[in-house]
Design a protein around this ligand. Sequence first.
Ligand code: G3I
Length: 363
Amino acid sequence: MRWTSYLKLLVVIVVAVFPILLVTSSIALINTSPTSSASTLRELAARLGIHIGSAVSYSALTSDAQYAHILGQQFSAITPENEMKWVSVEAQQGVYDFAQADAEVQFAQHQHQLVRGHNLVWFEQLPTWLTGGTFTKAQLAAILQQHIATEVGHFRGDIWQWDVVNEPFNDDGTLRNTLWLNALGSDYIADALRWAHQADPNAKLFLNDYNIEGIGAKSDAMYALVKGLLAQHVPIDGVGFETHLDLQFGLPPMIKENLQRFAALGLDVDITEMDVRMSLPATSDDLTAQANVYAQLMQDCIAVPRCVDFTVWEYTDAYSWVPNAFAGEGAADIYDNNLAPKPAYDALIQALQEPVAPQVHGH
Ligand code: G3I
C-alpha cells in the first residue's frame, strides 16, 4: 500500500473513532469527578483546614453497622461520648479498663480520624468510691494526678485534644463547687493541665464548657481564667465551646466576636459538642430554623482561623442524649432517627461549600 493510502486509512479511523472516544471520556469524567453535591462533610471541611467531628457511642458503634459507616464516611474526628470518663475507665480505685475507649480509638485510626479525649476532670460521672470516699487534700490531689497520668499515658500519641477540665464554671461565672474545687481550691485546674502535659506533651489541652458560646458572664470568667493561666505559663492550647443550643432560646449574642477574643490569646477555639434541641414533634419550620443555626455556627467557625474543629454531640437523633435529659425535647442532631440526613446536614454542606468569609485555618 502506498503512503497516501495509509494516510487516507488513518483519517478514516480517526474520524470514526473520535466521537466514540469523546463519549467514553466524558462518561469517565462524569463518573470520577466528585460533583459538589456528592462530597462529604469531612471532604469539604478538610479543604478549609477544619476537622468535623461527632461524639461516638460505643454501643451504637458495635451494634449498628450503618451508624459506623456514616461516622467513618462523614467525619474526620470523633469524641468518645462516655467511654473515657472517670466512671468508665476507673470504676474501682486503681483498676483501669480502657477496652471500649481503645476500640473507639482503633476505629478512628482505621478511618483516618483524630480523637478528642473527653474528659479527665469533671464533677459528673465519677465513681462512687471517689464521691463517697473520705480523703485528705493530699490524698485527693494524688488520686487526681494518678488518674490523669494513667489515662493520658495510656493514650499517649493517640489523642489530638484532651478536655482536661470539663465544665468548671457556674452560669454566673463563679467556679463550680465541685469535689475538686472544695478539696483542692482553684489550683486544681492548673495542676490538672500540668499533669496532663507531662503525660503527653504533644496532646493539645483544653478547658471545655457550655453556655460560653456568646459574650456574657460565664464566657468572661473563662476568658479571665485562661488569660491568667497563660500568664503563668500553664500548658493550655484551647477552649472548647460545647454549643448545646435550644431552638426556643435562639442564638447566644456575639459568638464570632467571642471566639475571636479567645483566639487572639493564641488559643484554639473549637465547637466541641454542638446540638440544637427543640420541642417535639418537630415541624418542618423547626427543622429549617435548626438548619440555619447549624449553618451560622459553621460560618462563625470558618471565619475564625483558630476554630479547627466542629464536633456535633452525636450526629443522629437515634442516639442523642437530649430526650433522656429534657422531657418532650429532641430532634437535636443533623441526621434523623432513621439515619437519614436532615436539613441541618444540607445546611452544613452548603456552608462548607460556599463559605462567606473563608480564612486559612490552623496555626
Ligand atoms: O452505662 C450505664 C448503664 O450501665 C445503665 O444501665 C444506664 C441506666 O441509666 O446508665 C448508663 O449510663 C448512662 C451513660 O450516659 C451511658 O449511656 C448514664 O445514666 C447517663 O447519665 C449518661 O449520660 C451522658 C451524660 O453526659 C452524663 O452526664 C450522656 O450520654 C452524654 O451525652 C453526656 O455528655 C455530656 C458531656 O460529657 C459534657 N457536656 C454535656 C454533655 C451532655 O450532657
